[in-house]
Design a protein around this ligand. Structure first.
Ligand SMILES: [Zn+2]
Length: 52
């Protein structure tokens, strides 16, 4: 499941619902929308490409 911090817009993957943002520590975590999820996985693929 992909989550978004509404405070700093940090996007991250976590199996269970996180209680706070791993980046800023605020408790403004919401589940990512389909669009945000797609953008997140797309950016992961781009990182992989850069490593190659
Ligand atoms: Zn945050």
């Amino acid at each position: 499941m992909v989550w978004v911090c509404k405070n700093c817009n940090y996007v991250f993957m976590r199996v269970t619902e996180p209680d706070r943002c791993p980046d800023c520590g605020k408790q403004y975590i919401v589940q990512a929308t389909k669009e945000e999820e797609a953008a997140f996985f797309k950016s992961l693929e781009e990182v992989k490409k850069e490593e190659w």
